[in-house]
Design a protein around this ligand. Structure first.
Ligand code: PMP
Length: 431
């Protein structure tokens, strides 16, 4: 632990709950003081002590170009000079939405908001509003932000109506949230058989990045699509993390390769589309989206929504990642990282499994890739903490919890990957 970080952490804890403005930053899962970041450039972060880290968090997903990309920086500076916020529409909002629609053909209209939480919450309200039904399905281990109705976790393995995961959420608020096991087709069928006519929406992270990195299997996703269509429920893809991160067309484009004609009914976006600024979005078919105020009866609004500086940042980011070969190069570098980690772990005789898609990855101290939350949680947390701190000491910043995905940016070089693998070799030898 370095002195200035520890000093800032105690100062922060005196005035900010837990010393942080979002819980996972506090290093509770791994122990120790979080690093207070002073600045960032490209693939690197520098903490308050001037220590440099190779950054595999990327602000939890948005920084796909790395930090301070010159084109993005220029767009943000120019926009800031024109004004921070108007509370009135701008042309840039249209441009950003048009760019999103271009790459995600399942959407016809989009509304911009400030956070993934807001986007997911508004999507649920809209789904309930258009279907006139109360119930929603979510999956254990999937996170859709901290709106009350979505802060629910299932009991182990059984389909049950949720109990709130947070204090302050009355049971009545989540009584319509059905929590199922990820990748469990039998449970899904049972839920629709019993409640089908009452289900407004099924919301899913197609690649779940909030339980590290777990893919929904193709048969499972096919069944989700079929059952939603049969019962008139909306299939909602939460692509806050995967959108413009695993592919330009998001995770939905990957399922469409395996399931002919596949498309979700609605999509929730965030992170990359804002390039590091507070910006998120939700969208779907015109007939559904036109139920939103001011056209329809479903209310939703925001003082800073479609913010001109945030949209400039998002647009510049999307422009850069559309360059030919961008995703191929990003995916190759990400694969080199995880496969290199796997090789080092194998050499040290440590059970290890890895997966990645585009610039998003996961690794597990488990012999096989997990398929659901229970399997993810079977990981050895103490061993992970040891690995995490070993890497951090050697200047490599992975997510400080074993249930978080990791991210590679276009700024990560082959030398960064090599340095990471060298550090991993040293740390694996101590596990
Ligand atoms: N959905 C997913 C899939 C997410 O990963 C997150 C945040 N990590 C959210 C929703 C919530 O987004 P925000 O933190 O911007 O509210």
């Amino acid at each position: 632990m370095t002195d200035r970080n520890a000093e800032l952490f105690s100062r922060a804890q005196a005035v900010i709950p837990g010393g942080v403005n979002s819980p996972v930053r506090a290093f509770r899962a791994v122990g120790g003081a979080p690093r207070f970041i002073a600045r960032a450039a490209g693939a690197y972060l520098w903490d308050a002590d001037g220590q440099r880290y190779i950054d595999y968090i990327g602000s939890w997903g948005p920084m796909i170009l790395g930090h301070g990309h010159p084109e993005v920086l220029q767009a943000v500076q120019a926009a800031a000079r024109e004004g921070f916020s108007f509370g009135a529409p701008t042309e840039r909002e249209i441009e950003l939405v048009e760019a999103i629609l271009h790459w995600l053909p399942s959407l016809e209209m989009v509304r911009l908001v400030n956070s993934g939480t807001e986007a997911a919450m508004s999507t649920i309200r809209l789904a309930r509003g258009v279907t006139g039904r109360p119930k929603i399905i979510k999956f254990e281990g999937c996170y859709h932000g901290h709106a009350d109705a979505l802060l629910v976790k299932a009991g182990s393995g059984l389909a049950t109506f949720g109990h709130p995961t947070s204090a302050g959420v009355p049971p009545e608020v989540v009584q319509h949230t059905l929590v199922l096991e990820y990748n469990n087709i039998a449970q899904l069928e049972e839920a629709f058989a019993e409640h089908g006519a009452q289900i407004a929406a099924l919301m899913i992270e197609p690649i779940a990045g909030n339980m590290n990195f777990v893919r929904a299997s193709v048969p499972f996703m096919r069944r989700c699509r079929e059952l939603c269509s049969q019962h008139g429920a909306l299939l909602v893809f939460d692509e806050v993390m995967t959108g413009f991160r695993v592919a330009l067309g998001g995770a939905q484009s990957l399922y469409a390769q395996h399931i002919p004609g596949f498309a979700p009914d609605m999509t929730v976006l965030g992170k990359v589309i804002g390039g590091g600024m507070p910006l998120a979005a939700f969208g779907g078919k015109r007939a559904v989206m036109e139920q939103l105020a001011p056209l329809g009866p479903v209310y939703q609004a925001g003082t800073l929504s479609g913010n001109p500086v945030a949209t400039a940042c998002g647009l510049a980011t999307l422009r850069c990642i559309q360059q030919p070969g961008f995703f191929e190069a990003l995916a190759a570098r990400t694969r080199a990282l995880v496969q290199g980690l796997k090789t080092e772990a194998d050499r040290a005789g440590i059970p290890f499994s890895v997966d990645s898609e585009g610039g998003m990855f996961g690794f597990f101290l488990l012999p096989e890739l997990p398929r659901n939350y229970t399997q993810v949680m079977a990981s050895d947390a103490a061993r992970f903490a040891h690995f995490f701190h070993g890497m951090l000491q050697r200047g490599v910043y992975f997510a400080p919890a074993l249930y978080e995905a990791g991210f590679v940016s276009a700024a990560h070089s082959d030398a960064d990957i090599e340095a990471t693998l060298e550090a991993a070799r040293a740390v694996f030898a101590t596990l």
